[in-house]
Design a protein around this ligand. Structure first.
Ligand code: MSP
Length: 645
């Protein structure tokens, strides 16, 4: 990546929809931003870290009305849960924006006016599909989109049904920015990290941008559109602007502040909201003649049992339960070490406990403990700065420099899991050194050498603590306290480590074990296992019996007019009658392949009308490794209408 050149560093999280309390996914985005912010502070940068909540729109209005509350009262109820959670996990943000804040509302209205003056907004009519959970307009159904609901396409992002929206709207001329966006991506190849996501954005833009609806008339919970109160601003068109309104955009008295921080160095976001940040947001900024953010860091999802954790799937892991069981910093470490940021990663309590036991309690905590206790045993409380080192110690020092160089480079690329893995290699080298030098023997035979081994170990631990501070700030401050090199962030601490590392004197103090091996209490384990049970996806035999699966023979088969994919089948179920069933298999089967064959069909699905034909069931297939759908049949003929059991 391109090294940030400014001395200021502005980092943001996505702003969270406040339909529930924060979960582990929300913590993950926020934690990444916190670690970035702390890493920059450690290098003497002036940092501004923004987080907050996304409080308008249809999704929130619906969630509020479900529980019989006014939207404002509903969202107000969640704010303290967010702030408490961030406090609990040592998230050191500088400002918490709420999109219901007056300054945000006024600044968004001003932004709209600016775009109107430029001629980038026009009034027209939108008729199409909308996904409320994602708050997104979904493109018209393509040909015979598989799995589409009767009325509209499924949302390409969350795969849930969309609903029709037909209303007057203001459009933003997004199409006018297609070439400018492509040029921007060309000129800024590191704009999106990781690269795969950059390609995704480029392909999306290349496939053609349509103008974007940026107002709603059928939703009332939003920012009133300037001079047209029947419209509210589309939630994404205002939410993205939080990144500029929070630092003073639209407030003349804050112009200097805005110029001080903008453009942001990095927006942290999950892969599900890439399109909004990679396409709409840069276009919105170009339209307002503002600079573009330097980078988007796009992380994967935390999955539980291979599914994205989300409220609607009911597989939420509550960070409060994890906090009570393991403490904040071990969880911070685990999330960054275990999950490869650029990909999806699986959350598991077993892995978490394993990391705490092996990496934190054994490798790091024990090393500190053993060294401090041994020193105390032989009455070494103070260790002076050393002038000379043996070869083994010099080798260890070189390993430390190498680790620091690699660690820095991974951190600058936001590859936290790699940085931590690399650092642990060094921690293990320090452990090996300590073990090989046998300081417990030296203590009785060669006091001078004993002091050297202790000194080398503590110098190494000091370097480790600096590097780990962004991930586990309090634990590392405790570590540094116990070796008498207390720590406050000032200046470029990493540079200082490079220049003056291993020139330390130490004053040793025994402290309780830095990390406890997990011995979680029964209550907490129950709370976790309740969460695990909620993830149990098994069904009862009665639930299975609700699906009626029948064997039927295909009697007739014809292509559906004007469709590349669909075949219309006439299927006999013996004395249970005949049914018309539409299947998207034209690319693989002809009438000849199918007529007379027995297949398996679900017959109690709600009928769907596809291309004017009502399909009264669904034929079952399994996809082979060439991507062809192979139909399911029975090994020997059975009477048509036989039920599968
Ligand atoms: N309100 C929008 C963002 C607007 S930003 C101008 C939104 N909110 S959200 O609450 O649904 O999601 C916020 C962030 O949480 C996203 O980055 C999303 O990827 C992240 N996570 C939500 N669930 C997640 C996981 N299971 N795993 C990792 N992060 C996920 O989208």
């Amino acid at each position: 990546m391109v090294a940030p050149s400014k001395r200021t560093f502005y980092v943001t999280t996505p702003i969270y929809y406040v339909t529930a309390e924060p979960h582990l996914g929300s913590l993950y985005s926020t934690l990444i931003a916190d670690v970035i912010a702390r890493w920059q502070k450690l290098q003497g940068k002036e940092v501004f870290f923004l987080t907050g909540t996304d409080e308008h729109g249809q999704k929130i209005a619906q969630a509020a009305s479900k529980v019989g509350k006014e939207p404002q009262e509903f969202v107000d109820g969640f704010i303290s849960a967010y702030k408490k959670m961030w406090h609990m996990y040592d998230i050191e943000y500088d400002h918490f924006i709420r999109t219901t804040d007056q300054y945000h509302i006024a600044a968004v209205q001003q932004w709209i006016r600016t775009l109107q003056k430029k001629g980038d907004i026009y009034k027209s009519f939108y008729h199409g599909w909308y996904c409320t959970p994602c708050e997104t307009f979904v493109a018209e159904k393509t040909d015979d989109q598989e799995g589409a609901s009767t009325n509209g396409p499924l949302c390409p992002s969350c795969n849930r049904p969309t609903e029709v929206v037909s209303e007057e709207t203001y459009f933003f001329k997004l199409s006018a920015y297609q070439d400018k966006l492509l040029q921007f991506y060309r000129e800024n190849p590191h704009f999106i990290v990781p690269k795969e996501r950059m390609r995704e954005a480029i392909n999306f833009v290349k496939s053609g941008l349509k103008d974007l609806s940026i107002s709603r008339t059928t939703v009332k919970w939003g920012i009133p559109f300037p001079d047209d109160p029947d419209h509210v601003v589309y939630v994404w068109a205002e939410a993205l602007n939080n990144y500029i309104t929070a630092i003073g955009y639209g407030q003349p008295e804050k112009a200097a502040l805005f110029n001080h921080w903008w453009p942001a160095q990095v927006h942290v976001l999950g892969k599900d909201i890439l399109r909004f940040h990679a396409i709409y947001w840069p276009a919105f900024l170009m339209a307002a003649d503002l600079a573009l953010p330097k980078q988007l860091l796009v992380h994967g999802w935390i999955k539980v049992d291979k599914q994205k954790m989300s409220k609607s799937l009911g597989n939420i892991v509550d960070p409060k339960v994890l906090y009570d069981a393991y403490g904040a910093e071990p969880v911070r470490y685990y999330l960054l070490r275990q999950l490869p940021i650029t990909h999806d990663g699986e959350f598991s309590v077993e892995d978490l406990e394993q990391r705490i036991t092996a990496d934190l309690a054994n490798d790091l905590g024990n090393l500190l403990n053993r060294a401090v206790q041994l020193a105390h045993k032989y009455d070494v409380i103070e260790l002076p700065e050393r002038a000379t080192w043996s070869e083994a110690s010099l080798n260890l020092r070189d390993e430390g420099w190498n680790a620091l160089t690699d660690y820095k480079s991974y951190m600058e690329d936001y590859l936290f899991h790699m940085a931590l893995a690399r650092l642990w290699k060094f921690i293990n080298q320090v452990n090996a050194y300590f073990h090989e030098q046998q300081p417990w023997v030296l203590a009785q035979q060669d006091k001078e050498h004993f002091m050297e081994v202790l000194s080398a170990t503590f110098n190494s631990l000091r370097m480790i603590a600096y590097m780990l501070w962004p991930v586990m700030p309090h634990k590392m401050e405790q570590l540094l306290e116990s070796i008498g090199t207390p720590f406050t962030v000032s200046g470029d601490m990493i540079k200082d480590l490079e220049l003056n590392g291993w020139k330390q004197q130490f004053m040793l103090k025994k402290i309780p074990a830095l990390f406890e091996k997990p011995q979680i209490h029964l209550e907490q384990r129950n709370a976790l296992s309740e969460q695990q049970q909620a993830l149990d996806t098994t069904i009862t035999i009665d639930q299975f019996a609700q699906v009626q699966l029948l064997v039927g023979t295909i009697q007739e088969c014809a292509a559906v007019p004007k469709s590349d994919k669909l075949l219309q089948l006439q299927v006999s179920f013996g004395d249970k009658g005949e049914r018309t069933i539409v299947a998207g298999i034209k690319q693989w089967y002809t009438a000849e392949d199918l007529i007379g064959k027995q297949g398996v069909f679900v017959v109690n699905l709600k009928p769907r009308t596809i291309r004017g034909i009502t399909s009264q069931g669904m034929m079952l297939f399994a996809e082979d490794d060439q991507g062809k759908l192979q139909f399911i049949t029975v090994a020997a003929l059975v009477p048509d209408g036989t039920r599968l059991q």
